[in-house]
Design a protein around this ligand. Structure first.
Ligand code: BT5
Length: 333
């Protein structure tokens, strides 16, 4: 949330950024923003503690030298051109899980389009209480709150729109060939770059609110994936050979997501299903699936508009699978 002090914080930062690499005197900052010199000094101290590299000179004033790649409100909110997404913005240096926090905020009445972001998660969650490895500053750990009432069977759709959005951002902004492994893993070169987790609260047969979380592996190094994962993992920095600006990735994602979500609301998921199928990593392939305790094999025929997988089993029967994990794909992803 952009409270009063956060707003003046942004204003101080704005002036320093406009004069990046040049000294701005404390007096001109104070008089320009109608703040006391003590208050300017406090803002400077605060910015330094956040990681902004600032030089102070007793006569010359303050000089901004470097901006950290943080997802703090000061760096994100002023650059948002969205109409409903991210204007209610919560940032945490460290948190258990952004999905858990967003669920709590939603229960307390947080608005549609609220965004929750953390630099680090200590209890990042995957599906089925699996762990999402979330070291500080490496990924984008993001959860969004939606208050669109949906019939329960359609609740997976926003999560699919999230996956589709990331694929488009990866293709268009980075030239990466990305795909989706049902239900919602975003893959690049056959390796998992992002995972999506949806949680909801419902009233009888309609959703009251939905929290969709996404973990995007941005600047992970190989050693951050030391754990034995279910699938090989990758990150933007590893695919591109250089670190990326997490701030820019988050902004690109949020802008594109709002457009896609508005399109979803206007035309329904039916217009997006062919797009989802087009970027599917499994469509038409022979698969092995784990669904609950059952292991199934068959060919992926397509997906239902609710996001379930249509599988043709070896006996020729078509089966619709609502929840599951792809264990293997013939010929790889
Ligand atoms: C997912 O679950 O892929 C959903 C991940 C959602 C994470 C986001 S981060 C922001 C928000 N807040 C949260 O607490 N969660 C969401 P699933 O399909 O169950 O995959 C989990 C499995 O992926 C784990 O069991 C590991 O094998 C593997 N894994 C864990 N961390 C990973 C990482 N950073 N990159 C790639 N694979 C990972």
């Amino acid at each position: 949330m952009m409270a009063g002090t956060a707003r003046t914080h942004v204003q101080v930062l704005q002036v320093l950024k406009e004069n990046m690499g040049r000294y701005v005197s404390g007096i001109s900052l104070a008089s320009g923003l109608q703040l006391s010199r003590t208050s300017i000094w406090k803002h400077i101290r605060n910015l330094k503690s956040l990681g902004y590299q600032l030089e102070s000179h007793p006569k010359e004033g303050y000089k901004l030298v470097a901006v950290p790649d943080l997802l703090i409100a000061e760096e994100i909110v002023p650059s948002l051109t969205t109409s409903w997404l991210g204007h209610s913005y919560y940032h945490y240096a460290q948190i258990g899980s952004t999905n858990d926090q967003a669920l709590q905020l939603a229960a307390q009445g947080a608005a549609h389009g609220t965004v929750v972001v953390a630099e680090e998660q200590t209890q990042g969650r995957g599906r089925l209480q699996r762990l999402w490895v979330s070291p500080a500053g490496c990924g984008i750990y993001l959860s969004m709150i939606f208050r669109t009432p949906l019939p329960i069977p359609e609740a997976p759709q926003p999560g699919m729109v999230v996956g589709l959005t990331l694929v488009k951002v990866l293709q268009e902004k980075f030239g990466l060939k990305a795909s989706i492994k049902w239900p919602n893993d975003v893959l690049v070169n056959g390796k998992k770059l992002a995972g999506i987790l949806a949680d909801m609260q419902s009233d009888q047969d309609t959703t009251r609110f939905l929290v969709v979380g996404i973990g995007i592996n941005a600047n992970y190094r190989e050693r951050d994936f030391a754990e034995p994962f279910r699938y090989p993992a990758t990150a933007l920095a590893l695919e591109l050979g250089a670190p990326v600006s997490r701030r820019q990735v988050l902004l690109d994602f949020l802008h594109r997501f709002e457009t896609e979500y508005d399109r979803y609301l206007k035309y329904g998921f039916d217009v997006m299903l062919p797009e989802y199928e087009q970027v599917s990593a499994i469509l038409g392939k022979q698969l092995k699936i784990q669904s609950g305790k059952e292991e199934l094999s068959g060919k992926a025929l397509g997906f239902t508009r609710e996001g379930a997988l249509r599988l043709r089993e070896s006996d020729g029967q078509e089966r619709v699978i609502w929840v599951g994990d792809v264990l293997r794909v013939e010929g790889g992803f």
